[in-house]
Design a protein around this ligand. Structure first.
Ligand code: FAD
Length: 468
């Protein structure tokens, strides 16, 4: 039996940084992965979806240049070439992760891991052989999550698909139904909508992107409708029937009425489920909650002292940067350093068109906490840089404590929202006040000026818009 200081199960954005940091801290570490290193994020999540999104933007922008005096004709998408390009990126990045693990001195084994003791792991290889490993200090569960399948919409890999297939389509469906108006459904739905698909969104809840500031969601919704899409809220997809021509008639129930909508492809994006089953966790006494998440303390430890859990499997938000941060923290704790989950807020970026990015409390959340708030809002429609980019939809909204003026939350919808949110995250981590943001000189002309102006607006001191 081979012995390591620590064994990490899973090589996604939680597991691989955890293994790298452990190796950097001079720990003998093994990382076990049953599929490809990089996990969901690199292989069929974050990176592939963002590659398609940027292709969709280019496609759309290339046709929208007329107002700027640029006439383009005959813009065509070669979906095969786009997929080849995307796969090239995935290969480069996953290859990079493999090299980083090796370069830092972490061992990698390909196989399926099962926890067989508080410090023991069995790995089943592709050929069926089983190898045994022992950890002197810790085992880290970083097994991530998998797509939820609805029994009435079983994936067939072609017509009824999940996100994994949706990022690899080598065709643009003529009519695409997305079941689930969450982040993944809207991001991918809008990609194919930009390429010409008729998009139909079916969401069971009263709003799309539940939990996001509704003012932000409204802007994205408007774009979906403007491009000819349809949104059914409070609607349930009941089932489907295959038609002779290969299309599917999907029965939905909305506002108490049933109707059938004929589409070519159905993307089921109702959420992700933690991968905690079949790992042997229950047998070694690790608590798994009702939803399948593995609860941890602020040191990423489960109830079994030698077993840690990080990333999607340890609970929401199911985001890559949350997984990575936890991976680093777990590694440092295992190596005997002082570290814990002590962040103020985790930012979220939604790569719809336009993008939404948020950090901290929404206006509604702050009010629900009994806080009196000041709101500052600055629209991109009056910002020089946004006009120069010909991307003027959206705004920056800042929520601050009315009495102390401390920034509680920032919500951005518009161009480069995902990039701009990092400054807002720093503001929250540094416990910034509105003055800190508004007194910081932001270069002109840039999209970032909107943060400075929104902060000033919350204090009644914006220069480029009227202060209410
Ligand atoms: C379409 C899509 C788009 C997304 N876009 C974004 C985005 O833009 N930004 C963002 O922050 N997040 C995004 N996410 C979420 C992000 O992918 C996850 O939060 C992130 O991958 C979680 O990392 P993880 O390390 O916890 O798990 P995972 O990435 O799921 O990795 C877990 C790894 O463990 C392996 N594994 C599981 N069980 C075993 C076992 N028994 N033995 C060995 N190996 C095992 C799996 O094969 C997998 O490689 C997206 C997700 C999807 C599906």
């Amino acid at each position: 039996m081979k012995t390591y200081d620590a064994i990490v199960i899973g090589a996604g954005p939680g597991g691989y940084p955890c293994a790298i940091r452990l190796a950097q801290l001079k720990q003998k570490v093994l990382c076990i992965e049953k599929e490809n290193v990089g996990g969901v994020c690199l292989n069929w999540g974050c990176i592939p979806s963002k590659a398609l999104i940027s292709a969709a933007h280019l496609y759309e922008k290339s046709q929208a240049g007329a107002a700027m005096g640029i006439k383009v004709s005959g813009v065509e998408l070669d979906a095969n070439k786009m997929q080849d390009w995307k796969e090239g990126i995935v290969k480069k990045l996953t290859g990079g992760v493999g090299s980083l693990l090796k370069g830092n001195g972490a061992d990698v084994v390909n196989g399926t891991a099962t926890v067989v003791g508080p410090k023991r792991v069995d790995v089943t290889r592709a050929d069926g052989s089983v190898e045994q490993f022992e950890a002197t200090k810790a085992i880290v569960i970083a097994t991530g999550s998998t797509t939820i399948e609805i029994p009435t919409f079983k994936f067939d890999g072609d017509t009824i698909i999940g996100a994994k297939e949706a990022v690899s389509l080598r065709r643009v469906p003529k009519r695409l139904m997305v079941i689930g108006g969450g982040v993944i459904g809207l991001e991918l739905g809008m990609v194919y909508q930009a390429f010409g698909a008729e998009l139909i969104v079916v969401e069971a809840l009263p709003e799309l992107l539940t939990g996001v500031d509704p003012d932000c969601t409204k802007i994205v919704e408007r774009k979906i409708l403007k491009r000819g899409g349809t949104i059914h809220k409070n609607a349930k997809a009941l089932g489907y029937e295959k038609q002779k021509d290969g299309s599917v008639g999907v029965k939905i129930q909305a506002d108490g009425k049933e109707q059938t909508i004929v589409v070519d492809t159905v993307l089921v994006a109702v959420g992700m489920r933690p991968s905690s089953k079949g790992l042997g966790l229950e047998k070694v006494g690790v608590t798994v909650d009702q939803r399948g998440f593995v609860p941890t303390d602020k040191f990423c430890r489960t109830n079994v002292p030698s077993i840690y859990a990080i990333g999607d499997v340890s609970g929401p938000p199911l985001l890559a940067h949350k997984a990575t941060k936890e991976g680093e923290i777990a590694a440092e704790v295992i190596a005997g350093h002082k570290a814990e989950k002590d962040w103020v807020a985790i930012p979220g970026a939604i790569f719809t068109d336009p993008e939404i990015a948020t950090v901290g409390l929404t206006e509604a959340e702050a009010k629900a906490k009994g806080l009196e708030v000041s709101i500052g809002k600055f629209p991109f429609s009056v910002l020089g840089k946004a006009m120069a980019m010909n991307e003027t939809e959206g705004f920056v909204k800042i929520v601050a404590d009315k009495k102390t003026k401390q920034v509680l939350g920032v919500h951005i919808v518009g161009p480069e929202a995902s990039t701009m949110i990092s400054e807002a995250s720093l503001s929250l981590e540094m416990a910034a006040f509105l003055e800190d943001l508004s007194l910081t000189i932001h270069p002109h002309p840039t999209l970032g000026e909107s943060l400075m102006e929104a902060a000033a607006h919350a204090m009644g001191a914006a220069i480029h818009i009227a202060n209410r």
